[in-house]
Design a binder for this molecule. Sequence first.
Ligand SMILES: C[S@@+](CC[C@H](N)C(=O)[O-])C[C@H]1O[C@@H](n2cnc3c(N)ncnc32)[C@H](O)[C@@H]1O
Ligand code: SF4
Length: 333
Amino acid sequence: MDRTKKLSGGKHPYFRHLYHRWLERIAARKSYPTKAKPGGYLVEITNVCNLRCKTCNTHKADRPKAHMPVDVFAKLIERIKAEGITTVGLHTVGEPFMHPDLEGILRVCKEEGITPALSTNAQFPDKIQDLWDKGLIYGLRFSIDGLALVYEQIRVGGRWAKIKAALEVVRDTNKGRHASRLPLTIDCVICKPNLTQVLSGQYLKYMSHYTFPHMVRFGVVNGLTPDQQAFEEMKSDGVRYVPAIPCAMIFNAIYFNNKGEATLCCRDYDDKLVIGLALDTPILDLWGSPEAYRLRDAHIAGRIAACNRCTKPWPGDVQNLNNQIRKRYYSCA
Ligand SMILES: C[S@@+](CC[C@H](N)C(=O)[O-])C[C@H]1O[C@@H](n2cnc3c(N)ncnc32)[C@H](O)[C@@H]1O
Ligand code: SF4
């Protein structure tokens, strides 16, 4: 056999197939190189949630519901800090304010000099006030997918009155001057039930009483809904979707589930992308481990069912919706 044939896997179709898969994987790795260090660190302090949002699979996931013990969190923070990291997100799936000792978690952050990033469904105005008074929070992200009844229709179990109370807590804290003390980001996931309200500019106008308009961000629902039927019901007409493979997350950021295991997806609802226990191994060793590369290859090759099911909105359509919302807001503000 000459050298060219040998290199291309020879005559046998199976070996030729293997050879081409290998080439594809090299190409994918080259176009999506794994970062030397993860670009983001997010810890799931709990996968328990008080809501059953129509966009989110948390309530249907099989993984047992549990809170991360504070001592496990402290150990993990020690490892993360050893890598020079100073900001850590306290959510993946689940609601951080459901953790029974969120104060203990935030105290660990304060003692270790870590800034906690908190994303919440904003159903806990009293707890927000209490933790602010204790000097334990530095910024918040509220996830609010609509106003009034539209909100309650999407965020099942959530009460609009609580949202208003949480927004008032932040406004009073800032004494009417946006972000002067407690910066607030508000995220809205655009989907079928809120499209008309959001495009009318009404939503942005309302939220701009509580934070700067540029800190109100609009995403579009992606394929991380509970199932295909829910996705079909929630996705907006006129938004095109593309497969989520290759997904930036798996090459760029690291996540930790409530047991302290490192995983490569922020929505690893059922622990399918776990790369090892981060409490007894340096995080960078896990990040560059054979298991991490095996999973990245499996992702590219379409061998991870959860990734195959996932879709994302085409960025051009997301930008287009954002342009329409801002144009409408500024023309009638
Ligand atoms: C999973 S939640 C966890 C933190 C917290 N419970 C909250 O609601 O902010 C994180 C973010 O994901 C967003 N989200 C949930 N399902 C989504 C979907 N199918 N597509 C896009 N974003 C989604 C939520 O709106 C929220 O801002
Ligand atoms: S989006 Fe947040 S609040 Fe809604 S169900 Fe998921 S984790 Fe809970």
